[in-house]
Every structure is written in structure tokens, then in C-alpha cells.
Design a binder for this molecule. Structure first.
Ligand SMILES: Nc1ncnc2c1ncn2[C@@H]1O[C@H](COP(=O)(O)OP(=O)(O)O)[C@@H](O)[C@H]1O
Ligand SMILES: [Mg+2]
Length: 318
């Protein structure tokens, strides 16, 4: 049973999370591209613009890239109304994957002609045996890796066509990521970990601090603001990671086995938190082996087998 007061607090935190991206639309469900610099024509080369080597496939980098120049924050369209936001929440596709294939070297395809549309407001759980392509799919959506065929559109942006720099900026502005092992920076306090995405985005200090304090408060970890992550339990660390992921009001929250390293009680807490965030409209895609997580949080479950969609079910209830 979810606590009403917690729900109210989450709602207070997240009410603006979802209006930010959707309010930039044209009122008919269309979400324009994030503010990224103009791209040169896509040449088909992996690095149209820079010579920096990509991470090895399968590497999941921090969702922010220290050293990148801060980008201006997303702005709200002035004519936005709450009604439009709620309508768009239900209808606007956040993820559109069209016939995506990914092949590594000579092996069998990690993804084999996969198509998938995820609407704003869905909580999608991706299940499947080891090696079925789940992490590959997540990497494609986050723009951390490129398909060998097909196209990936996230919040109106063809992420498979972005340069690495634009891709990093896109992640900073529109995507929050939560990992199995938290990926917090141990030599920064909890508060500074949560502030980091806003600093990299160039958000003003006062506004960023207000947002971080609000998130920590609403996620029940405000008393740890000055502590270092090493002092916290696994469940608390994952809450910090969720707060950090929400800092820039992402259009999409991606989670890779978010309960995979947690004990039973902490896992239950994180499941409840993710369900509450989705109740309030946050679009979530999570990869998990945790059936309880899929059952308690997901509005829809897909299963991958050999890089193909083997099942696609909407939850009758959650
Ligand atoms: N960097 C890589 N190089 C070669 N093969 C890879 C790489 N990453 C993944 N694969 C292969 O792609 C397939 C899908 O992997 P992955 O997406 O990690 O599956 P899952 O996350 O479902 O366990 C597997 O056969 C795996 O061996
Ligand atoms: Mg995996």
C-alpha cells in the first residue's frame, strides 16, 4: 500500500517534471527536438564530427560527461496549459524504435529488427534471459551505442544520428539514468551528487540548490544531504541516484536493474518509489530480472528473446 503523504510529496516534486518536456510541444502530442546544436548531415560514419574513440560497446557511461560545456536549460513554452500537458502525457510517444538491428562482429544479432513505441507516461519493464539484448536496447535508447540498422527516436530526437557531444548533451537534458550499482561519486556529498547534473547543464546555483533540496526532502533522504554516499545503505544510495536522475526533469527515466544490488526491504522501497514516480506521470523504462519490480511498477512488460520481441503485455492493474 502506498502512503498518501509520500504520494503527495512525490507529486509536489514531480509535477513540473513532466510538463517541462511536453509543454514544449505544439499541443497535438508532438514533442520538438531538445535544444542541441545543429547537426551536420549524417554521413553514416560513427563519428561524423570528432575523432574521439567511442566507449567499447556495452559500456554504460555516467549520464553526464564532466568536461562538456554547460548547455542552456530547457525552457517552458509560455502558452503551456496543464490540460495540454496531461493530454500529451497519455498520447505522445517518448520512444520510437523502428526496425532496429545491432550486430557485434560476427556474432548473432544482439537486436534483430526490433520495433517498439513507448508513450509518455508508460512504465515499461524489459525482461528477458541473459544475452537477449536488454542492455543493448537500453544503450540504443540512451544514445550510448548506435544500431547497425533502423532508427531510434527519443523525445522527438533521432538519437542514433547525434554526434557524441550532442548525444551527451541530449542525455543531460532529457534522460535520467539509474544503475544497479548506483554510480554515485563517493568523494562528493549526497547533495553535491544530486546537484551535479544541474551544474553540468548550467542551471543557476540557487535554482539548482532549491531543486536538489526539494528532491532530497521528497525522496526522504534530506537528513543525509551532507553525508558521503559510503555512509548510506544501498536503498538510500539508490534514492540518491534517483534524485540525481530526476534533477534535470528528464522526459525519460532509464533504470538498469535498479533493485539488483539491494536487499529485500530496500528493493521494496525502490519499487515503491519508481511506481509513485510513474503514478505522477514520469515515463520509465527499466531493465530487470526482478519480477516483483515489473509487477509493482510496470504498466507494460516486454520480453526479449534473441534480440526480438517475444512478448508485449499491458498490465491490467498495477
Ligand atoms: N560489446 C560487445 N561485443 C560483442 N558482443 C556483445 C557486446 N555487447 C553485447 N554483446 C552480445 O550481444 C548480445 C546481447 O547482449 P546484451 O544486450 O548485453 O544482453 P542482456 O543485457 O539481455 O544480457 C549477447 O550475445 C552479447 O554477447
Ligand atoms: Mg544486460
Amino acid at each position: 500500500m502506498r502512503s498518501t503523504s509520500r504520494n503527495a510529496r512525490i507529486r509536489a516534486t514531480t509535477s513540473s517534471l513532466f510538463t517541462a518536456p511536453v509543454c514544449q510541444g505544439d499541443g497535438r502530442g508532438h514533442i520538438p527536438p531538445a535544444k542541441v546544436p545543429p547537426e551536420p548531415a549524417y554521413t553514416g560514419r560513427v563519428h561524423p564530427r570528432d575523432d574521439a574513440p567511442r566507449d567499447p560497446p556495452g559500456t554504460v557511461r555516467p549520464f553526464v560527461t564532466p568536461g562538456d560545456a554547460p548547455a542552456p536549460p530547457c525552457s517552458l513554452a509560455s502558452a503551456c496549459t496543464e490540460t495540454t500537458a496531461q493530454e500529451d502525457r497519455v498520447t505522445a510517444p517518448i520512444i520510437e524504435i523502428r526496425d532496429v538491428s545491432k550486430r557485434y562482429d560476427d556474432g548473432p544479432p544482439a537486436l534483430a529488427g526490433l520495433s517498439l513505441t513507448v508513450a509518455a507516461g508508460e512504465a515499461l519493464a524489459v525482461l528477458g534471459p541473459s544475452g537477449s539484448g536488454k542492455s543493448t536496447l537500453l544503450n540504443m535508447i540512451a544514445g550510448l551505442d548506435r544500431p547497425t540498422g533502423g532508427g531510434v527516436t527519443v523525445a522527438g530526437v533521432r538519437v542514433d544520428e547525434l554526434t557524441e557531444t550532442a548525444s551527451a548533451r541530449f542525455r543531460r537534458e532529457r534522460i535520467g539514468m539509474v544503475f544497479q550499482f548506483f554510480n554515485l561519486l563517493d568523494d562528493l556529498t549526497v547533495l553535491d551528487n544530486v546537484l551535479l547534473p544541474a551544474q553540468l547543464l548550467g542551471t543557476g546555483r540557487a535554482a539548482a540548490r532549491d531543486r536538489a533540496v526539494e528532491l532530497l526532502d521528497n525522496l526522504g533522504i534530506d537528513r543525509h544531504a551532507r553525508a558521503y554516499p559510503g555512509r548510506l545503505s544501498g536503498g538510500e544510495r539508490q534514492r540518491v541516484a534517483v534524485a540525481r536522475a530526476l534533477m534535470n526533469r528528464p522526459a525519460l527515466l532509464l533504470a538498469d536493474e535498479p533493485t539488483g544490488a539491494l536487499d529485500t526491504a530496500s528493493g521494496a522501497e525502490v519499487r515503491e518509489l519508481l511506481a509513485e514516480l510513474n503514478d505522477d506521470g514520469q515515463t520509465i523504462l527499466l531493465v530487470t530480472h526482478d519480477l516483483a519490480l515489473a509487477e509493482s511498477c510496470a504498466t507494460r512488460t516486454i520480453e526479449l528473446v534473441d534480440g526480438r520481441l517475444a512478448r508485449d503485455e499491458r498490465a491490467a492493474t498495477r
